[in-house]
Design a protein around this ligand. Sequence first.
Ligand SMILES: [Zn+2]
Length: 385
Amino acid sequence: MKKASLSSLKENNAALIFQSLRIKGPMTRAEIARETRLMPSTVSYITNLLIHKKVLKEVGSEDVSRVGKKGILLDINYDDFLFIGYDVGSAYSRVIVSNGKGDILYSKRFVSEKNDKLLKQIYENIKMVKNKFNIIGIGMAFPGYIDPENGVVIRSHNIDISNFEVKKVMKKEFNLPAYVDHNTIMMARSLISNNSHKEKDFCIINMGPGIGVGIVSNGRILRGYKNAAGELGHVTVNPEGRKCNCGKNGCLETESSSKAIVRNYEEISGKKLECEGSCESKLVYELAKKGDESAIKAFERAGKYLGIGIATLVNILNPEKVYIAGGVTNGWEFLKDSTEQSYNQHIFYANKDVNVEVSSIGEYITACGAATYAFEKYVREEIIP
Ligand SMILES: [Zn+2]
C-alpha cells in the first residue's frame, strides 16, 4: 500500500536530518536547519520526535563566544542502536556489528558454505552475534537479483539460492527487522555515508567471483526500473569469449573476475590450481608476486577486458571517479597497467580525465554499508511513523 504523502515527507525530512548529523557530527537545531534547508519549525518538530524515541540525544551546548543564548548540540544516539551487517559472498562472507556511525564493534570473515548449508551458516552466525550484543536489526547484502522492497533474494547464481525470503525468515527466527539489498549497492551506501568521501557522481565496481557496479548519480543510488541496474559483469566485452552462467559469451565476469583470472592462469600455464573449495585470484596474485610469468599474464589479460568494461561504464555515465573494490583488488598492481592502457584505447576523449582507484575502505565495506542501511531503514520504518 502506498504511504500517505505527509508520512513520506516526515520520513524524508527525518532521513535528511539524520544524514547531516551523521556526516557533520553534533549540531544545534539552527545549524541543522541551515544545513538541511528545512524550516526551523520542521527541524524542531522532527528532532523532538527523534529525541523522544531516543534516536537523538542532547550532548551539551555549542562552543561559541557570541553574546546570547547558546544552542544545545544534538547528536545521534549511536550506542543504543547496534546493527548486524552481513555480507554474503560466494567465496567468503563477513559479519560485523556496527553502531550505525560505521564504528565496528565486532567483525568476522569466514569461508561461505553452499546451498542449504549456507542458510544454516547465516542463522548460526546471527544467533551467535545476537547472543553477545543487544541487536536492533539486520542489514544483509547478497549478490544476484534482489527485491529490496520485500526483502527477498529472487535469484543468485553465484551462491545458488532462489526466492530466499530474508525479511520474513529473520522476523520469524529472531524477531528482528531485516533489510536486504545487492552487495554493490551496499558498497555504494558505505561510500555515501563515509565522511572522507566527497564525490556526488561516482561508481564503485565490486570485483570478486562476480562483478557488479554501484552507481551514484548526484548523491543518489541509481537502481533502474526493476532494481537490476549495475550488472556490469554481464556487459559483453569479448564476443568470442567464454560462456557465462547467464547464457551469453564473453561477459566482463567471464574475462576479468576472480574466477576468470584463475582460468586465465590455468590456460596460459597449462597447470591446474588446487585449492579447498573454489580457487580465487589471490592464489594467482601470490604467484605473480614471486615473478611467475603466467600469473602476471593472467592479470594482464583480465585488465585488457576490464579496461573495456570501465570505459563503457564511464562513456555512458560520466562519473567524477570510479572506485574498484572486492577480492580482485589484491592483485591491482598487476592489473593496473593493462587496465589503464585498454581504458585509454576505448574511452571517449571527454571522459579521459576520470580517476580510477582502489577504494581505501577495506574488506568490510559491504557489511558496513549493510549495517548503515539497516539503521537508516529502521529509523524510517520503525521510529518515524
Ligand atoms: Zn553473463
